[in-house]
Design a protein around this ligand. Structure first.
Ligand SMILES: Cc1ncc(C[n+]2csc(CCOP(=O)(O)OP(=O)(O)O)c2C)c(N)n1
Ligand SMILES: [Mg+2]
Length: 365
């Protein structure tokens, strides 16, 4: 008899209390690197809290917080090469900041301004904008990876998605083509245990989401997504593998969505306070902080200095966002066609007229 059990790798180096669970890989001896990762997670969290506050006071629209999932984005962002391409989804503030997207651009995006998807830093101009339709980005990433492969370029497409997205046909089709063509693509699942109000346990009958890669003929594995050392380690290996033409990898990062799905959601309506309290004990920032303190490279003084430094950066971005001014109303459609079909050109004119009437205070409609 053969066994039908799938053995998947699971990686964790730091326990929730910040203690080591085993021997660390050699790269983790570099405390400068670890403090840089820590700094970036703190910056991401402080930016995130500010974005939620801006929504609450009516200064931006809906925002999707990354609270509790900072380790995933920061690990990905610190490892991708400049020439790689990120194909992100809407909960990717952490990785976008590391790629070179500006905080004010992220605020513009969530403020409904097209300039939020037109990144000024040349380093990030080949990355895709945030994708809101669930899992469609997985296929875009395979398209990018196919181009790399055809051109013989040693570049990797990295795409992220949530646990819920892995139920979509698009995601499964993307895994299939990635496996069939052995594409240089790394799929990262931010398994934050919730897809709005649908919990992971009823999302899929599969014991893990990583094993979906096995069905497509390539490597899938799980990591503790709240342990940045684990995510960094496995992501580094996955990128290297894809870059060398050894095929795709799927990393399922196990984390928890500590905040609401978005600012339009109220998670207290469908999950218990006890569950969230327990999840806070596993969160990634405190975990690395405790480890760094135990190694004598972090203390209260450094923490305070870091928080002030990050808060100043966030405030500068808020000021830049708030002084950006508004764009003409047609900016939301201007990039859709190079040459406007006549019927739509007419509608574009109507939109401009209506905006002009509003600006003039004449509300006839
Ligand atoms: C194609 C499509 N269907 C439905 C939605 C509505 N929707 C927005 S977020 C979401 C849940 C996604 O959950 P998950 O993939 O776990 O990602 P998370 O938001 O938890 O990071 C849904 C169904 C959408 N944006 N796109
Ligand atoms: Mg989710």
């Amino acid at each position: 008899m053969t066994s039908n059990k799938i053995d998947l790798a699971y990686t964790r180096y730091l326990a929730p209390d910040g203690r080591l669970t085993g021997e660390l890989p050699a790269w983790a001896d570099d405390f400068n690197l670890l403090t840089r990762l820590y700094r970036q997670m703190v910056l991401t969290r402080l930016f995130d809290l500010k974005a939620v506050a801006l929504q609450r006071t009516g200064r931006i629209g809906t925002y999707a917080p990354t609270l509790g999932q900072e380790a995933i984005g920061v690990a990905i962002g610190s490892l991708m090469a400049r020439e790689d391409v990120l194909v992100p989804y809407y909960r990717d503030t952490g990785v976008q900041l590391m790629r070179g997207v500006k905080m004010e651009e992220i605020l513009l995006y969530w403020g409904g301004d097209e300039r939020g998807s037109v990144y000024v830093d040349p380093a990030v101009q080949q990355d895709f904008p945030l994708c809101v339709p669930i899992a469609t980005q997985s296929l875009h990433a395979c398209g990018v990876a196919t181009a790399f492969k055809i051109r013989g370029e040693h570049r990797v497409a990295v795409t992220t998605c949530g646990d819920g997205a892995t139920s979509k046909g698009d995601f499964l089709e993307a895994l299939n083509v990635a496996g069939a063509w052995q594409l240089p693509v790394v799929f990262v699942i931010n398994n934050n245990q919730w897809a709005i109000s649908t919990p992971r346990r009823i999302q899929s009958g599969a014991p893990s989401l990583a094993q979906k890669a096995i069905g497509a003929g390539f490597q899938g594995e799980q990591v503790d997504g709240n342990d940045i050392l684990a995510v960094y380690d496995r992501m580094q290996i996955a990128l290297e593998r894809a870059r060398q033409g050894k095929g795709p990898v799927l990393l399922e990062c196990l984390s928890y969505r500590l905040g609401d799905h978005t600012t339009a959601d109220d998670a207290t309506r469908y999950r218990s306070a006890e569950e969230v309290k327990k999840a806070w004990e596993e969160e990634p920032i405190k975990r690395l902080q405790t480890y760094l303190a135990s190694q004598g490279v972090w203390d209260e003084g450094r923490e305070q200095a870091l928080v002030s430094e990050c808060q100043a950066l966030v405030q500068q971005a808020v000021d830049a966002f708030e002084s950006a001014g508004t764009q003409p109303v047609t900016s939301v459609i201007d990039h859709v066609y190079a040459q406007w079909p006549a019927a739509l050109a007419e509608q574009r004119e109507m939109l401009l007229e209506r905006a002009a009437r509003r600006a003039g205070g004449l509300h006839h409609e």
